[in-house]
Design a protein around this ligand. Sequence first.
Ligand code: BTN
Length: 244
Amino acid sequence: LGWRLVLLDSTDSTNAEVLRRLAADESAPLLLLAERQSGGRGRRGRTWVSPFAENLYYSLGLRIEAADCPLEGLSLTVGLAVLAALREQGCASAGLKWPNDLLVAGRKIAGVLIELAGDPGGACQVVIGIGVNANMLPGRVEIDQPWTSLRQERGELVDRTALALSLGRSLQHYLNVHRARGFAALRDEWEAAHLWQGREVQLSAGPQQIQGIVLGVDRQGALRLNVAGEERAFSGGELSLRLR
Ligand code: BTN
């Protein structure tokens, strides 16, 4: 893939570790994987449970000129890349929930957290963090939302090296498409994989609750909802969606 690779036994968060290294001028692209995280980060300030040697804790750090790489929709593009890798690894029934949750039968199997540093208008560092529940089994960990793992879905132990390779190839492909043509080129594919198309949902934007029907996403990856007969678009990392 041509990415520099760093493997660690343990770190607080692979995302935080990559951001520190890029801030210290290490070269990019930098792919960093750890066997465990003591402070794995999830979206919206949650923690990501990261037991030793069970799962994939994967962060790819890039340096970009924001002008060259449309950041809009990037997290949805990454969701598609993870989905393709999960399917390649034998999990055919996985799908997406906006903006980038990966679910199997309503249970979370993987998640994406993208973090930025630097000057968002100019040169910046982007870290694409991906957590995949690979070999984790119920009973060993406490997680406050329904979850599953590739091992549970496939019924056999997962080779995490094969999974990481498949994820790398898939990311490279989808990031290339995104860089060349933007999220707009992937929008139909994304909607086809969206588990909640046409469903009635409730969107939480801080204290505000919005109810609507999912129409799809726009060319920037914003969620399009029919709210009381009117189409509205929503974007932003702090939003969360649930079924009504
Ligand atoms: C989510 O809340 O769905 C996003 C979870 C992202 C977890 C991954 S694990 C590797 C990387 N390092 C982190 O601290 N978080 C991401």
